[in-house]
Write a protein that binds this ligand. Structure first.
Ligand code: SF4
Ligand code: SF4
Length: 486
């Protein structure tokens, strides 16, 4: 058998020619680096309708939540200024930082797992940026300026009465909504009562809060009036992570290139030898009408494949389905599917990567539940006063001095706070009274632990102190009692 002689050149990696030039640029920036303003065509269809319903529900939740109270406390409060956090009416303080870290880790793993399986479904359906941009601000724009072409015409027109009126009205409404969003946003940070106070009382009495509200309003206005899709493309870290999170089994909004290509103009009236030399029998279902591109709020062509800019908003699905209805082809040329689903017609698989993320996610959830379950309502810290040795109280007893610090992690106030020793003959002698614990507050002080000499076995002796609030043991603390060196 003859074997062809192979040269060294045969072993050098020959990269395939990269034809995906669209990945070298982003659609919203031109060759000179200038912003290309996107005028998406007004969408309609099944997914758009359902996304609208979902956005109504989420907007209602967002606006109502700061006003909901549980036992007099807000449902959610993230007061970073006073370091008070309330979740479902439960107070969390900086001492619960570890719970926050685990909760964040759990959330990140959940987001990763969710993205691996379902792609950017969050961006299209749940993200506040998309909901406000597409569900609120864009709708106002359509109502005032009309659909995409009317908007383009208005932009190109000279500054006449109509343009001033339309643009002025639009931006005034945009700013009004930005002020509203800013107030709601502030309500999550400083509480709805405080926001209502800022609104009702003279500006001079809440100058700081008023300035914060104006700054937030200006940021929201800038985001929704000017930044728009650039937030998703350039700023959002979640969007930037897609490249590493998605794989060929991830479900995304995808164009079925197997069915759609080779694309060619016309369909119904296409002659046997179709345009561009594509014979009818091999022509794909895509008629290259570009409606899917015209409706896209990030200005991309989904037929190029999954792209960083795609927020999975589904409007290209609706646009294409409407076209398929018209040319009497089955819907779903653009649909939710994975790359493998399109190429190999494979059903979704539970991949080892998903299994690994699920395992980590379950472990983190388990840990979080465990930690929440063992979270004490009053946390006590008892430390021997540094630099002090033991003292002889009398012939039979020794004493050590301790400092204590109590942190109230609840919304209640506690007045009856006591300490008691556990499983040892001795007593605790308080120095002064224990100050009442206000909600979320702290108190500190000192006490002596006095032990029978027979209990002091060595230089360092572990002792346990129970903290009792209103007659109930709420925490147990281990500390050391110093005795003579033997
Ligand atoms: S809307 Fe559908 S048919 Fe028209 S260009 Fe896009 S993929 Fe092709
Ligand atoms: S490609 Fe489709 S799903 Fe992606 S952003 Fe554009 S319209 Fe939305």
């Amino acid at each position: 058998m003859s074997q062809e002689k192979r040269s060294i050149a045969d072993f050098i990696f020959q990269p395939e020619e990269d034809t995906e030039e669209f990945r070298d640029t982003i659609s919203t920036v031109d060759a000179r680096g200038k912003r290309v303003w996107v005028y998406p065509k007004k969408p309609e269809g099944f997914f758009t309708r359902w996304r609208t319903y979902v956005s109504y529900v989420l907007l209602t939740i967002l606006f109502v939540m700061p006003f909901i109270r549980i036992g007099g406390e807000p449902l959610f409060l993230f007061n970073v200024l006073e370091r008070q956090f309330i979740l479902f009416g439960q107070l969390f303080t900086p001492q619960d930082f570890h719970l926050f870290v685990f909760a964040m880790l759990t959330l990140i793993v959940f987001i990763i797992l969710f993205t691996v399986v379902y792609g950017r479904i969050f961006c299209g359906w749940i993200c506040p940026q998309t909901i406000f941009m597409e569900g609120v601000f864009r709708r106002i724009e359509y109502a005032i300026e009309g659909d995409a072409n009317a908007q383009r015409r208005l932009e190109a027109a000279p500054w006449n009465g109509e343009k001033i009126r339309k643009k002025g009205l639009k931006y005034a409404i945009f700013y009004g909504i930005s002020v509203l969003i800013s107030n709601v946003f502030l309500a999550y940070i400083i509480g709805s009562d405080q926001v209502l106070r800022i609104i009702r009382e003279p500006v001079t009495t809440h100058l700081g809060g008023f300035v914060a509200m104006l700054v937030f309003a200006a940021v929201f206005y800038f985001v929704f009036a000017y930044m728009r899709e650039q937030v998703c493309i350039v700023v959002c870290p979640y969007g930037r992570l897609q490249g590493v999170l998605l794989d060929r089994d991830s479900i995304v909004v995808a164009y079925d290139f197997v069915r759609g290509e080779p694309r060619s103009k016309l369909k119904k009236s296409r002659p046997a030898e179709a345009v561009a030399g594509v014979p009818l029998q091999v022509a794909g279902d895509c008629i290259d009408c570009r409606l899917c591109v015209q409706v896209c709020p990030t200005g991309i062509d989904i037929r190029n494949g999954t792209q960083l800019e795609c927020i999975n908003c589904t409007v290209c699905i609706d646009a294409c389905d409407a076209v398929m209805d018209k040319i009497e082809r089955p819907r779903g040329l653009i649909r939710y599917d994975s790359y493998n689903g399109i190429v190999e017609k494979k059903k979704r698989r539970f991949t080892p990567r998903m299994a690994a993320y699920t395992g980590v996610l379950l472990a983190l959830i388990g840990l979080e539940v465990f930690l929440l379950n063992y979270r004490v309502s009053v946390e006590a810290l008892v430390l021997r006063t540094p630099g002090k040795l033991y003292q002889e109280v009398d012939d039979n007893r020794l004493s050590n001095l301790y400092n204590y610090e109590l942190t109230n992690k609840t919304n209640q106030e506690y007045r009856d706070i006591r300490f008691r020793l556990l499983d040892v003959r001795g007593e605790i002698q308080m120095i002064g009274k224990v100050a009442p614990l206000t909600k979320g507050g702290q108190s500190s002080g000192s006490f002596f632990i006095v032990l029978e000499k027979s209990e002091v076995k060595g230089h360092k002796n572990p002792v346990y102190v129970e903290v009792m609030v209103d007659g109930k043991v709420i925490d147990k603390v281990k500390t050391n009692f110093l005795g003579p060196i033997r």
